[in-house]
Design a protein around this ligand. Structure first.
Ligand SMILES: Nc1ncnc2c1ncn2[C@@H]1O[C@H](COP(=O)(O)OP(=O)(O)OP(=O)(O)O)[C@@H](O)[C@H]1O
Length: 275
């Protein structure tokens, strides 16, 4: 589903956290939203899934203004894995994932066999089936993250919003989650802290800096050493992956960063005591 962001301004105080943002996100594309801490990534995503009303501008999903659509229509179209979601700690993992079917049920409907099949499939593809009957409160951070993703997928969204989806995940599960959503043929917008994963998996990288778009486009157009130095204060090299040729980003500290201390070296102030 195509999403157009037009002159979007939003925030929490008189000073907007994002301002004047224009983006045109193509149907079925995978977009990484990157930027330093506090640059406005979550704020922007919240305006899309209607957790924060913009103070100016529009979000057009397909042909409709997101903020004029009935709440239920948005819930049916937009799946969310948010940064501060809880996911039903009192429920089992299967029950928590089944909550994703709610927008598709009538007020008095109970989950039917077709819904149960969707829930089972989403748990399987996200690797949650093994702990389907365990209470969410007993799961590890990474297991819980996968349950929340399964719940978002159980909505069968046409736009999937992921706010730091790789948080808590080991490397294998980070790859699995991003490969999975990339292969679904739906529009995905993911706030990511790993610039390397952003470049490797996404069609488009959007860089936010101070609430404004500092760059947007294909990874090799946007992830340039100059832009990444300016926005993140790091040195970066974009190289083709030696195996599959896709873009990889090597990041190192900027030359003016505090000096790197060798692993295992005692901090200066402790040395006298340990000598
Ligand atoms: N609920 C809130 N109330 C007040 N200010 C907020 C709130 N949420 C975010 N902010 C502020 O808005 C700005 C943008 O925050 P936001 O969470 O969008 O950044 P982010 O790019 O997602 O950051 P991070 O990478 O640290 O998650 C920050 O200055 C932040 O302190």
């Amino acid at each position: 589903m195509r999403l157009r962001v037009e002159g979007l301004t939003a925030g929490w105080t008189a000073v907007p956290a994002v301002s004047g943002v224009d983006l045109d996100i193509a149907d079925a594309s995978m977009v990484a939203l990157v930027g330093p801490n506090g640059s406005g990534k979550s704020t922007l995503l919240k305006t899309v899934y209607r957790a924060l009303r913009p103070t100016a501008g529009r979000l057009v999903l397909g042909e409709a203004d997101v903020w004029r659509l009935p709440h239920r229509d948005v819930a049916r179209s937009v799946g969310v894995l948010g940064q501060d979601q809880h996911g039903g700690f009192d429920f089992t993992a299967r029950e928590a994932v089944a909550l994703g079917r709610a927008p598709h049920l009538g007020v008095f409907d109970r989950i039917g066999p077709a819904d149960a099949a969707v829930v089972a499939e989403c748990m399987e593809t996200t690797g949650c089936a093994a702990f389907a009957d365990r209470p969410v409160s007993t799961l590890s951070g990474g297991e819980r993250q996968r349950v929340l993703l399964a719940r978002a997928l159980a909505q069968r969204p046409r736009l999937l919003i992921l706010d730091e989806p790789t948080n808590h995940l080991d490397p294998r599960h980070q790859f699995d989650v991003l490969s999975l959503v990339r292969g679904m043929g739906i529009t995905v917008i993911a706030a990511l802290h790993s610039l390397d994963l952003a470049a490797y998996y996404c069609d488009t990288v959007v860089v936010l800096s101070g609430g404004k778009v500092a760059g947007a486009g294909a990874p090799d157009e946007v992830c340039t050493p100059g832009l990444l130095r300016r926005v993140f204060g790091v040195e970066a090299s974009l190289l083709p992956d030696p195996v599959d040729g896709r873009p990889r980003l090597l990041i190192r500290p900027a030359t003016d960063s505090p000096p790197h201390r060798a692993a295992g070296a005692a901090p200066q102030e402790n040395r006298e005591h340990t000598a």
